[in-house]
Design a protein around this ligand. Structure first.
Ligand SMILES: Cc1cc2nc3c(=O)[nH]c(=O)nc-3n(C[C@H](O)[C@H](O)[C@H](O)COP(=O)(O)O)c2cc1C
Length: 173
């Protein structure tokens, strides 16, 4: 796990190559193994590999989602907000597990934030996506995880660059 964490970086350029079905299955298994508060499992995962849909989803917000157009896969991570008051945490855990599993499979990924983002002055990114993917009203969208074979290879952050001052022992000071 520490090697996966050392190597993982956000990747926004992908090869034009589909993800092997075995790897897709493992990504699906990984997100379904996400722990959730009180085991309510409020999440749903929409695996989008349709090119037209990916192009539409890449327009979910004015900045920070355009690269999804060239990814072979976007995992829309959403949850039933009536099932858990901490669905945001549950979805965030699933999101990072998808990213780390992708890394472990020699794939690369990037988180696209959707909750609290806007498509336009009058439409939220969540509503834009809900309409494109026929997602019901009670389902909230946290993120889309873009996944694919990397076409760029940012190096892992060196240990010397970690913010070691953020670690405290026992008390703040
Ligand atoms: C909660 C969260 C939301 C993010 N949203 C976006 C996003 O909308 N678009 C994007 O390109 N990157 C997004 N990222 C990726 C971050 O920009 C990236 O993780 C950060 O710059 C650190 O770089 P690294 O992942 O390569 O270590 C997001 C990351 C997190 C954790």
């Amino acid at each position: 796990m520490i090697e996966i964490l050392r190597q993982r970086r956000s990747v926004r350029k992908f090869q034009d190559k589909p993800i092997a079905p075995e790897k897709l299955d493992l990504l699906k298994e990984a997100v379904l193994r996400s722990p959730s508060s009180r085991s309510f499992d409020p999440w749903h995962f929409i695996f989008v590999d349709d090119k037209d849909l990916l192009e539409k989803l890449s327009q979910s917000k004015p900045h920070g989602s355009a690269f999804l157009k060239n990814a072979p896969l976007g995992i829309v991570i959403c949850a039933d907000e009536t099932k858990s008051d901490v669905w945001v945490e549950d979805c965030s855990i699933a999101s990072i597990l998808a990213q780390l599993t992708a890394q472990s499979l020699d794939l690369a990924s990037c988180w696209i934030q959707i909750r609290k983002r806007i498509y336009s002055d009058t439409v939220t990114s969540e509503d834009y996506i809900r309409n494109r993917l026929n997602i019901p009203e009670n389902i909230r969208v946290e993120s889309i995880i873009a996944v694919g074979h990397p076409a760029e290879h940012p190096v892992g952050i060196g240990k010397e660059n970690l913010k070691t001052d953020r670690i405290k022992t026992n008390r703040w000071q």
